[in-house]
Unconditional design. Structure first.
Length: 342
């Protein structure tokens, strides 16, 4: 195993003995582990990793997770230091950085939803069977079952016994079996690598359709997406009221920025570009001139009340003409009654 991703799935069922599920996924083979835990403490996390992942399968080279306290604890760092494992993490409030686990969480919730009401009360006992069914199913990205890429063979299940799809016992020697097994794993590894690259390219094209390149410069004012908006109510704003200032971009090839509060000393945060919004500089309000009194008001002031800030131009040598008086018609027959005609 090269890289494994970790995440906690909370079921929010107060009547259950276990409240959380530690989800671990191998990013290449897509092999998954789902371990029930009573809490998300560092002790529970380290014990679950040691018992179900490290001890039976060995320690991976890289452990990737979010910035949860159970994963960023001192105990997990010491565990990684003992095995020579590197620990990586996502930026805060950016689950896309751990997409493999987030996608498996949705699949696992769908599998748990297939249980009946009585079975859901004891979901922890059915969890290993559901995860085994997932690991024995062909994955859309690799075109192979995760268990085959992990162990090099198809795991026998009760369905195979019912359908008769059971491989016959081989009578070849150990050397021949090892050679054939190595060839099968090499072929599956190459095919899975190609399929993963194609799936990643397809997902990138879909994501880039709505993506816009808008880099930020050091010193630029930004607003941070308010992640506690749901707690404040639906009418609260999407962005935090306190502006931040961009300090630097730690990785030039990644849309990640380090920001700090504006105008005061505060802790720096590393946030993804999707959680930042450019903010215009604050404008200092200027005092408006007081309105003139009735005695001081001039015709130009009256025009200003109607939106004119300057006097209207008047043509030179123009004098206002006298309005003509109304003229009576001189026609003799104006369709009057006969008695009034002249």
């Amino acid at each position: 195993m090269h890289i494994v991703a970790m995440d906690f799935l909370t079921l929010s069922r107060p009547t259950d003995r276990y409240q959380n599920i530690l989800v671990v996924t191998d990013l290449f083979t897509k092999y998954a582990w789902a371990i029930p835990t009573p809490d998300q403490t560092a002790v529970a996390t380290a014990r679950a990793l040691w018992t179900h992942v490290i001890q039976p399968f060995g320690c991976p080279e890289v452990m990737h997770s979010d910035q949860g306290p159970g994963f960023e604890s001192r105990l997990i760092k010491e565990l990684c230091m003992i095995y020579g494992c590197r620990k990586s993490r996502t930026t805060p409030y950016h689950p896309q950085g751990n997409g493999a686990c987030e996608r498996f969480n949705q699949t696992l919730l769908s599998l748990l939803g297939t249980l009946e009401a009585e079975q859901q009360r004891h979901w922890a006992g059915y969890l290993p069977g559901l995860v085994q069914a997932y690991n024995n199913t062909v994955h859309a990205s690799t075109k192979y079952a995760p268990s085959f890429l992990m162990f090099g063979r198809h795991l026998r299940t009760p369905v195979d016994m019912l359908t008769g799809a059971v491989a016959s016992l081989s009578t070849t020697t150990t050397t021949e079996w090892v050679s054939r097994h190595h060839q099968q794993l090499t072929y599956a590894y190459n095919k899975a690598s190609t399929s993963l690259l194609q799936a990643a390219s397809t997902n990138k094209k879909i994501y880039d359709k709505a993506a816009k390149d808008s880099p930020l410069l050091p010193g630029e004012r930004v607003l941070v997406l308010d992640q506690r908006r749901r707690e404040k109510g639906k009418l609260s704003g999407r962005w935090e009221s306190e502006p931040q200032v961009v300090v630097a971009q730690p990785y030039p090839d990644r849309p990640v920025y380090r920001v700090r509060p504006e105008g005061k000393d505060g802790p720096e945060r590393v946030l993804h570009r999707n959680n930042l919004r450019p903010c215009l500089p604050c404008l200092v309000p200027q005092e408006l001139p007081s309105e003139p009194t009735a005695e001081e008001q001039t015709p130009a002031d009256g025009l200003a009340l109607w939106g004119f800030a300057f006097p209207l131009p008047v043509a030179e040598g123009y004098e206002a003409a006298q309005a003509p008086e109304p003229r009576r018609s001189q026609r003799l027959n104006r369709q009057r009654p006969q008695r009034y005609r002249e």
